[in-house]
Design a protein around this ligand. Structure first.
Ligand code: GLU
Length: 561
């Protein structure tokens, strides 16, 4: 009996060879420099912020080089799988315009000639490769029971030796083929291991696209390549897939760096050309002064859905991730405000080496900036789309009069220094909802704060008759059919006649001589129209509400003073 008999006994139905696979999945015919990259999620839950980052970087490298970006579903860990999450991941990526050129789209839809792109559908491909490894004597069945493995761990611990299944500890590594065949025939359960020829006292050298030249410890572990369920482990599957899908550069999280020696040994053993590797920084968070990985369990911001639900614009979030990806992104952005972020060329050289620190305030400020430069009509559509999914009552209000929202959003927009008050779509409602009659009518008007400030932190209540006089006089001379400057000039004049000064110094010196300042007078109008002290520019608010509504509101407030 020889290794061929063993291989045929284990895989009686596998008749193809590696050479057949090489023919079926030929080298891609792409221009020089075109990268083939992939995003290879496991369907174990929601889209993680780190995964969005990885897929963004991977897809950019392919697209900017005229290459191919594909998605591969790594579903070999059936215990951790959550049904439907693969397709969900793809649709969440689509929200961010990360769309694969080929690969897995949903459980029954894939595109491309290098598939299947779902690992559980590739069992025969893995088996074909493993069969050859068995024939070559570089893979073997291992019959170790859980008890045997535990005894091994105990012994290694006692001897203070490196843990694992290797060298002299690899009990079934040198089992005579005849015995292995007998055990299989007797129905003993087994898995398949790779037979490593490495030595952990030796080093290997490798060039990572991001980390540069690395010196790593050689692998000597006889890792499991085929589990008892007939599916491969990650280490083995990624190698077979990246080879036959013709990936040029593997972009994956840095947590895989430590197992790279395994992967390199496998590539070399099979005579497959090694792809380039780029181990991307993991996204970290500061927790009580300590850096740690963003955690699925502890951190809201670990889930991309959190940002979608809060209503951060996808372009703001993507740009934030690009600032994490390349340290020169922000400088480029500031010099190219009119360009799309797609015009920025990502490079591995500018990628950070250690975990990138996640900074929600930066997400806010970038989003604010980008929203400020978005046209009102476009922003209206974005807010509407967001509200449709996440804020139904607001959505119903919006669709009754889209133009109304557009006008509100357009206040101090589309000009040189636009107003920067919205970081996310969920900020819109709290800021402008008072403008809607149904909201305004339900606001409490009986407790409005008619105080004005003077000195440091001191305030005084303006008597009700003064407030009433101010508001009525304002209505009497009401005119917003003019430029803002003119409106404010008139307001100043009127305020002056009612004891509201424009002379700051005089007010500061003797506040008791005045009812307040002109700004306070404008503040009363604001308070009457919105029942609050902060709103977007009140001149525009009045123009949008229209004279009738402005008067209706002021009168309502007058009644309750
Ligand atoms: N399925 C692996 C994961 O989700 C992917 C690693 C890789 O990109 O190779 O972590």
């Amino acid at each position: 009996m020889n290794s061929l008999d063993l291989a045929n006994l284990i895989f009686p139905d596998i008749h193809e060879t590696i050479a057949d696979l090489e023919k079926r999945y030929p080298e891609r015919n792409l221009p020089e420099g075109a990268e083939v990259t992939r995003f290879a999620p496991s369907p174990t839950g929601f889209l993680h912020t780190g995964s969005l980052f990885t897929s963004l970087v991977s897809s950019r490298f392919a697209k900017q080089s005229g290459g191919v970006f594909y998605i591969r579903l790594e579903d070999t860990d059936t215990k951790r799988e959550i049904e439907g999450s693969g397709a969900e991941l793809v649709s969440q990526l689509k929200v961010f315009d990360i769309i694969p050129d080929e690969g897995y789209l949903s459980d029954d839809k894939e595109i491309g000639n290098y598939g299947p792109y779902t690992q559980s559908k590739r069992a025969d491909i893995y088996k074909t490769v493993i069969k050859e490894l068995i024939i070559q004597g570089r893979a073997y069945p291992c019959f170790a029971t859980p008890e045997e493995l535990q005894a091994l761990r105990d012994e290694q611990e006692k001897n203070k030796e490196i843990p694992g299944y290797y060298g002299k500890y690899a009990k079934y590594r040198n089992l005579p083929i005849d015995e292995a065949i007998e055990m299989i025939k007797a129905g003993k359960p087994y898995i398949i291991r790779f037979k490593s020829m490495g030595d952990h006292n030796n080093k290997i050298f490798f060039h990572d696209e991001i980390r540069g030249d690395l010196e790593l410890t050689q692998n000597d572990q006889d890792i499991v390549i085929l589990k008892s369920d007939g599916l491969p482990t990650y280490h083995f599957a990624h190698l077979v897939d990246d080879h036959f899908m013709r990936t040029t550069v593997v972009t994956r999280g840095e947590e895989w760096l430590s197992s790279l020696p395994i992967h390199l040994e496998l590539f070399d053993t099979l005579g497959f050309k090694r792809p380039r590797y780029a181990h991307l920084p993991v996204i970290m968070k500061l927790d009580n002064g300590n850096k740690r990985k963003l955690s699925k369990r502890k951190d809201n911001e670990a889930a991309v859905e959190f940002f979608l639900q809060s209503g951060y614009p996808k372009y703001g979030f993507i740009e934030y991730l690009l600032t994490i990806a390349n340290s020169n992104y922000e400088e480029w952005r500031n010099q190219n405000l009119d360009k799309s972020f797609y015009d920025f060329k990502l490079t591995f050289d500018h990628m950070s080496l250690d975990g990138a620190l996640f900074d929600i305030e930066k997400v806010e400020s970038i989003s604010k900036e980008r929203i400020a430069y978005t046209k009102a009509t476009v922003l209206e559509a974005e807010v509407e789309e967001w509200a449709k999914k996440y804020d139904k009552p607001f959505y119903e209000m919006i669709i009754k009069d889209r133009d109304f929202l557009t006008k509100l959003l357009n206040i101090e927009r589309e000009k040189e220094n636009p107003r920067k008050d919205y970081a996310k779509y969920s900020d819109v409602y709290p800021i402008i909802s008072f403008a809607y009659n149904e909201v305004y009518d339900n606001l409490d008007k009986s407790n409005l704060d008619w105080s004005v400030s003077f000195g440091k932190g001191e305030t005084k209540i303006v008597p009700a008759d003064v407030v009433k006089k101010a508001l009525t006089s304002y209505m009497e001379s009401y005119n917003v059919d003019c430029a803002e400057d003119e409106w404010f000039g008139n307001l100043k004049e009127l305020a002056g006649t009612l004891g509201f000064t424009s002379d700051r110094k005089a007010y500061k010196a003797n506040p008791a001589d005045f009812n307040g300042q002109v700004g306070d007078f404008a503040g009363f109008i604001r308070l009457a129209l919105a029942c609050r002290k902060n709103t977007p520019n009140i001149y525009y608010i009045q123009k949008i509400l229209g004279k009738d509504e402005v008067f209706r509101r002021i009168k309502l407030v007058l009644e309750s003073i």
